[in-house]
Design a protein around this ligand. Structure first.
Ligand SMILES: [Zn+2]
Length: 304
C-alpha cells in the first residue's frame, strides 16, 4: 500500500493536447500542466521528449502513469498502433519514457486512455464508490473503460470497447473496418452528423448544445432525434447488461452534457436489447472529472 503522503504524476495523451498533473494518494491535486497542440507530426521522439519534460516539470519521483490512445501490449507498455496518430506505431512507450526520466521501466505504467479515464472516474469522479461500472466517453468515437469488482478490467487489453458493438449489421462504415458500430450512431461526431442531416436545431443545424436545449424546452423534432440517438446508444449497452449485469453507466465527453435528454432513448434501447427487470435498476450518471479524468486515472494506476 502507498503511504498517505506519496504522490504520483499522471499523463494523458489526447489528440489535441497532452494533459498532466501530480496528485497525492489522498486524491488532492497538487499541480497541473498541459501541453496544448503538440506537434505529433514531428514524430514520436519529439513527443516523448515533451512528455518527459512535462513529467520533470511536475517533479516526477518514484513512478509515472500514462494513458495513450490506441491498441497496446499492456504488459510490455508498447503502443502497437494508434488510429489517430498513425506515426506512433510499435512504440516502446514504457522503455522510452523510463530511459528519459531515469526510472525503472516497471515504474512506468502505460494504459489505454479510456481505461485510464475510467480509473480516474472511479477513484474521484462520477463512478466513485461503484464496484462495477462502465465508463463511456462520447466524443469523436465512443470509448469505454470497465470497472469490475472495484478494479479496472482490461481483458487482453481491449475490454470495454463498447463503441464497436455492432447495432446495425450492414450499416454505416466504421473506422475499425466493420459496419454498423454504435459509435457511428451515438458518438458526438455521429450526433452532429445526424443533426445536420435533419436540419436541427433549425437556428444552427449540428449544434449539439443547442439541440439539447431545444429538446429540453419542448422542441418535438429535437427531442425525437435525441431519443433515436439515445436508443442506438442503449442498443449498444444492452449486450453489456446481458453479459455483465452492470447497473452503473457513467458518461463523459462533450456530448454527455445531453445525458438528461438522451436518457429516455438509452433506456428504451437497453430494454429492447436486454431482458428482465434490470433496465429499471440501471443508473445513468455523468462523469465529473472532465478532461482531467485520464491523467488522474493514469496517476492512480502508478500507485500500484
Ligand atoms: Zn467499429
Amino acid at each position: 500500500m502507498s503511504s498517505a503522503n506519496e504522490v504520483r504524476v499522471g499523463i494523458d495523451v489526447g489528440g489535441s493536447a497532452i494533459k498532466a498533473g501530480r496528485i497525492g494518494a489522498d486524491g488532492a491535486i497538487q499541480a497541473e500542466q498541459n501541453w496544448e497542440a503538440p506537434h505529433f507530426e514531428r514524430g514520436p521522439s519529439h513527443v516523448l521528449d515533451g512528455i518527459a519534460e512535462l513529467a520533470r516539470g511536475l517533479h516526477v519521483e518514484r513512478a509515472l502513469g500514462i494513458g495513450v490512445p490506441g491498441l497496446l501490449d499492456r504488459a510490455r507498455g508498447f503502443l502497437i498502433e494508434s488510429p489517430n496518430l498513425p506515426s506512433f506505431k510499435a512504440l516502446d512507450v514504457k522503455g522510452e519514457l523510463a530511459k528519459r526520466l531515469g526510472l525503472e521501466p516497471a515504474r512506468v505504467h502505460v494504459e489505454n486512455d479510456a481505461n485510464a479515464a475510467a480509473v480516474g472516474e472511479q477513484w474521484l469522479g462520477g463512478a466513485r464508490g461503484e464496484r462495477d461500472a462502465l465508463v463511456l466517453t462520447l466524443g469523436t468515437g465512443i470509448g469505454g473503460g470497465l470497472i469490475l469488482d472495484g478494479k479496472l478490467f482490461a481483458g487482453e487489453g481491449m475490454a470495454g470497447e463498447v463503441g464497436h458493438v455492432v447495432i446495425d449489421p450492414g450499416g454505416r462504415d466504421c473506422g475499425c473496418g466493420r459496419k454498423g458500430c454504435v459509435e457511428q450512431y451515438a458518438s458526438a461526431t455521429a450526433a452532429r452528423r445526424r443533426a445536420l442531416e435533419a436540419g436541427l436545431p433549425r437556428e444552427a443545424p449540428g449544434d449539439l448544445k443547442l439541440l439539447a436545449e431545444r429538446a429540453r424546452t419542448g422542441g418535438a423534432q429535437e427531442r425525437a432525434l435525441l431519443f433515436a440517438i439515445g436508443r442506438d446508444l442503449g442498443r449498444g449497452l444492452g449486450p453489456v447488461l446481458c453479459l455483465l449485469d452492470i447497473r452503473c453507466f457513467v458518461f463523459g465527453g462533450g456530448f454527455s452534457a445531453a445525458l438528461d435528454v438522451l436518457e429516455p432513448g438509452i433506456r428504451a434501447g437497453i430494454e429492447e436489447r436486454s431482458y428482465g427487470d434490470r433496465q429499471h435498476h440501471v443508473r445513468l450518471q455523468r462523469a465529473t472529472l472532465g478532461p482531467k479524468a485520464g491523467w488522474i486515472g493514469a496517476a492512480k494506476l502508478a500507485f500500484g
